[in-house]
Design a protein around this ligand. Structure first.
Ligand code: F6R
Length: 242
């Protein structure tokens, strides 16, 4: 595991964008595993800038997203498909048909989850998986629980996640209670992992995740077992590390 401590959110975003841009440059047909939320917004902004200045090419890139809210359609502004379109896909030359986000409206969740796993396999697996981390240590929507979920599945969101994510909705009541998420097993199969974390409010959880026991009660702790993880975290998030 390689940990990069940066001064602040902007420096974190720049460093994370550099790692992703290196991947794209070295392997132009990479399969990127992507995340939503506040953590990667600055990173996506940088990647868009570098595309616009002719320094990055997404024409052969494929992508799979970690998760999607159950019940939200792609054109719902709170959906993760909408987020990806507006923060990245609409601004670079990625082929939309090569971008994949779990279908929030599927009528057959079990089959759709199995199909998502098969899709990732058929693309040759994820070359680099971007992750943010929830305040409770979740990655994707793998919430703290008694055992690690292996594959893409439907999850009940933890009350703390509903609370944390209500800022994106008009009210807490509007936050979907369920989501589809890659499992921990799916995430761990990625060849590389890029975890980005910012803010003092995640410092204690980050410390537990990277130095404490590996337990499904802190889902991000599983990353200690992955062979190639890059953690990019700002000073505030790293404040529990001496
Ligand atoms: C998003 C995702 C979540 C977020 C996490 C952190 O696709 O899978 O695990 O990465 O909730 O969210 P932010 O970055 O908004 O603090």
């Amino acid at each position: 595991m390689k940990i990069y401590k940066t001064k602040d959110y902007d420096a974190m975003s720049l460093k994370a964008a550099t790692i992703l841009a290196s991947q794209i440059t070295l392997k132009p047909d990479s399969v990127l595993g992507l995340a939503t939320g506040s953590s990667p917004v600055g990173m996506y902004k940088k990647l868009v800038e570098w595309y616009q200045t002719g320094n990055l090419d997404f024409s052969q890139i494929m992508s799979v997203n970690l998760d999607e809210y159950r019940g939200l359609s792609p054109d719902n502004e709170q959906s993760y498909r909408y987020f990806m379109n507006t923060h990245l896909f609409d601004h670079v030359n990625i082929r939309k048909e090569c971008t994949h986000v779990p279908d929030g409206l599927t009528e057959n969740p079990d089959q759709a989850c199995e199909d998502y796993e098969a899709l990732i396999e058929s693309l040759g697996g994820v070359d680099i998986q971007v992750l943010g981390m929830g305040h409770n240590g979740h990655i994707g929507f793998n919430e703290p629980c008694s055992e690690f979920a292996k594959i893409t599945h439907c999850v009940d969101l933890a009350p703390s996640t509903i609370e944390a994510n209500k800022r994106f909705f008009e009210s807490e009541a509007d936050v979907p209670r369920q989501a589809y998420s890659m499992g921990i097993g799916t995430i761990m199969k990625a060849k590389k992992i890029l975890l980005i974390v910012s803010g003092a409010d995640k410092a204690e959880t980050l410390y537990r995740a990277l130095t404490g026991p590996v337990t499904p009660e802190v889902p991000a702790s599983i990353l200690q077992f992955h062979k190639e993880v890059y953690v990019v975290a700002d000073e505030a998030a790293m404040s529990c590390f001496k």
